[in-house]
Design a binder for this molecule. Structure first.
Ligand code: ARG
Length: 459
């Protein structure tokens, strides 16, 4: 039975009804819808807008409905227009007139604005827990590999020596910011829209603060039009999730590279890899490829939300029903991606020798060679840079490295060199000496892991 039966003479066309319905998406909010209705009914009773006894009856029956949905005793009707309509209809079927009073001073417009907030609040708490776990894993591994020398890259060309621990901590920083962005979005979202009504509030003497308090909000929305028309919070959360997906995708890309025979810096556990139907030798990093791929759909969700909102006159428009599919998809995708990613990372085998061997090629200590001329021999950096460049060219020509180039050859290019250069370009020393704040020396990495862990676990 349609809510608007009074005004209409005909039933909805079934296919149009399907098109108009959002129940397939919003039925996942049944708990939140019930939670919101219980708070609203409690407030209506407390404010004397409905009879206290009826308010209690409503709340008790709503709790039963929730239990019945959970146990499967009550099936959500796929023909209902949305979850709000379904639950109110069910309530009325069960308790009659009292059920019909629940929607006093409420519209589905403020109801849905509430339900989505409650749902996202819960979903984001779950996502932040997963991100915390991920950061903890990264901190553990950063400590374990604080001394593991690997080449650092720019332009995917070997550049300067770093450690694997330092590299991992870079991702820990990104995911920490992702949590921060989510928290920021949740803070702005922390107002209860109930009482905004359809758009113009209500003439009933609602105690909006009480409803907000019952639902755990810090306050109430200040403007009834904005209360029902705002979906910034969906876009903000989708944006925060999009950035988390960017970070996961970049990390995935690196893992894909590191697993290749070209790099062979890590090996993923069999439990988190896949094979080929034809090539017996294959071990593929499918999880990471899927994550890289799924980032695109999340960016699509964000774009859908922004585009959906940009032309809407105030206040509610049915376009906004599309918000849930997009933002829930973003939430679900990040959750689904993190679920295998975290244990995959935890169980990967780090092939330190291969990292060290790669670091030994590609002249990643060339800057250190130039720095040696500056620090020990007093040359201006630009001259030292040019001299080192000539040495690198010489090494390439002879198939040597800076470590294996004889001292006479050094001296031929610049007389200032002495045997001390070999110590100066030792990769372990090059990493150890990068002590400036934020640089990759092992003590810094260990300290950063400790600090980040403390921050994360205090969140
Ligand atoms: N299913 C609707 C949505 O998700 C609920 C609000 C409907 N309001 C209305 N006036 N049609 O947006």
């Amino acid at each position: 039975m349609k809510l608007w039966k009074g005004r209409f003479q005909k039933e909805a066309d079934p296919k149009t009804n399907d098109f108009n319905s959002s129940i397939s998406i919003d039925s996942r909010m049944y708990k939140e819808d019930i939670e919101g209705s219980i708070a609203h009914a409690t407030m209506l009773g407390a404010a004397g807008i409905i009879d206290k006894g009826e308010s209690e009856k409503i709340c008790a029956e709503l709790e039963k409905i929730e239990k019945d949905i959970e146990t499967g005793a009550l099936h959500i009707d796929p023909d209902a227009e949305d979850i709000h309509t379904f639950i109110e209809g069910e309530l009325t079927a069960r308790i009659g007139d009292a059920g019909k009073r629940l929607h006093t001073a409420r519209s589905r417009n403020d109801q849905v604005a509430l339900d989505v907030r409650l749902t996202l609040r819960k979903e984001c708490a779950g996502l932040m827990e997963q991100l915390k776990e991920l950061i903890n894993v990264l901190c553990d591994q950063a400590e374990e590999y604080a001394d593991t020398v690997m080449p650092g890259y720019t332009h995917l060309q070997r550049a300067q020596p770093i450690t694997f621990g330092h590299h991992l901590m870079a991702y820990a920083e990104m995911f920490l910011r992702d949590i921060g962005r989510m928290q920021d979005a949740l803070k702005r979202m922390d107002v209860c829209p109930l009482g905004s009504g359809a758009l113009a509030g209500t003439t009933y003497p609602l105690d909006r603060d009480l409803t907000a308090k019952l639902l755990g909000f810090s306050g109430v929305s200040r403007n009834s039009l904005d209360g029902v028309a705002d979906r910034d919070f969906c876009a903000e959360i989708a944006a925060a999730i999009s950035l988390a997906m960017v970070h996961l995708s970049r990390f995935s890309e690196e893992i894909i590279l590191w697993c290749s025979w070209e790099f062979k810096f890590i090996e993923l556990d069999d439990a988190f890899s896949t094979g080929s139907s034809i090539m017996p030798q294959k071990k593929n990093p499918d999880i990471t490829e899927l994550i890289r791929g799924k980032s695109g759909r999340v960016f699509g969700d964000l774009m859908a939300l922004l585009t959906m909102m940009k032309g809407l006159p105030l206040a509610y428009n049915k376009d906004m029903q599309e918000d849930k599919e997009a933002v829930f998809d973003a939430v679900d995708t990040l959750r689904l991606c993190l679920t295998p990613f975290i244990p995959m990372l935890k169980t990967m085998r780090v092939l330190k020798e291969n990292m060290r061997a790669a670091a030994a090629k590609g002249f990643i200590n060339a800057t250190d060679c130039a720095d040696y001329l500056v620090a020990s021999k007093g040359l201006p950096f630009r001259d030292a840079y040019k001299i080192t460049g000539e040495l690198v060219a010489l090494c390439i020509e002879r198939g040597l490295t800076l470590e294996t180039l004889p001292i006479d050859e050094y001296k031929k290019v610049c007389n200032a060199f002495d045997e001390g250069v070999y110590e100066a370009i030792n990769l372990e020393k090059c990493v150890r000496d990068r002590k400036v704040k934020g640089a990759p020396c092992p003590e810094n990495v260990r300290a950063a892991a400790k600090e980040v862990r403390t921050i994360v676990n205090g969140l």
